[in-house]
Write a protein that binds this ligand. Structure first.
Ligand code: 5RP
Length: 256
């Protein structure tokens, strides 16, 4: 796995009694140790990243961190950061980000990621791609042998126009890997009809469920992006600089 050759740090005792939520928090707090006063920080999205955002706010309030500027990767994280009093900006004003901290849905042994099950993959990729350092925080359930290997989907953000056409093209592209491509739907409130899930950018998401390894990820990435209806996909290749995993074995930190 991605952690086999990593040093166990900061947690010599096994964490076998902890819940998944507690493991996420431990990974997030470890990542925040990389944050220094004066930094521009990419604030990730999801149930793991939210612990990092909360921790940064805590350290600001305690005066242990100063002059932090956060760049949120979603409207949800924007709302959390505003509610916690973290000063915010965007890539237009701060095109270079010192450090981003975010969760992931899958991490392969080369630290390639799948992200976007929370639907924020486009903003995450823009902000994390502009970061000098990108620290990924996960519990051990996210480690996979190959991308798509968890049985969950690789998300692709698509424009709403003729999204079923784009969905069909994506399914065809990975037919040999047994791909089933599904438009992500949102359950209607009060028993109403399901409608397509809409991203922060007003787009839809097609989820690619893969039965087998899709092989060369760079080739797959280029092939997906070649469809005009595709905005971006959730494979983050060669972007993570550091991986922090919390699991039964303790906490490991691995640099790429
Ligand atoms: C959102 C993401 C999240 O980082 C990813 O889904 C992991 O989320 P969680 O920490 O809740 O498991 O990519 O678009």
């Amino acid at each position: 796995t991605a952690t086999e050759d990593s040093a166990v740090v900061n947690s010599p005792a096994p964490l076998s009694n902890l819940t998944q939520e507690e493991l996420k928090k431990i990974a997030a707090y470890k990542a925040v140790e990389f944050v220094e006063s004066g930094m521009v920080i990419g604030l990730g999205t999801g149930s793991t990243a939210k612990h990092a955002v909360a921790r940064i706010s805590e350290l600001l309030q305690e005066g242990k961190l100063k002059d932090i500027i956060g760049i949120p990767t979603s409207t949800t994280t924007h709302e959390q950061a505003v509610s916690l009093g973290i000063p915010l900006s965007d890539l237009d004003s701060h095109p270079v980000v010192d450090l981003s901290i975010d969760g992931a849905d899958e991490v392969d042994p080369a630290l390639n990621l799948v992200k976007g099950r929370g639907g924020s993959l486009l903003r995450e990729k823009m902000i994390e791609g502009a970061s000098k350092k990108f620290v990924v925080i996960v519990d051990e359930s996210k480690l996979v042998k190959y991308i798509g290997g968890s049985g969950l989907a690789v998300p692709v953000e698509v424009v709403p126009f003729c999204c079923d056409f784009t969905r069909g093209k994506l399914e065809e592209l990975f037919r040999e890997a047994g791909c089933v491509a599904k438009l992500r739907m949102k359950i209607g409130s009060n028993g109403g009809d399901a409608t397509p899930a809409v991203t922060d950018n007003g787009n839809y998401v097609v989820d690619l469920y893969l039965e087998r390894d899709i092989g060369d990820l760079e080739v797959a990435s280029e092939a997906i992006l070649r469809f005009p209806g595709v905005v971006e996909h959730g494979m983050f290749l060669g972007m993570a600089t550091t991986l922090i995993v919390a699991g039964k074995f303790g906490v490991t930190v691995k640099d790429r």
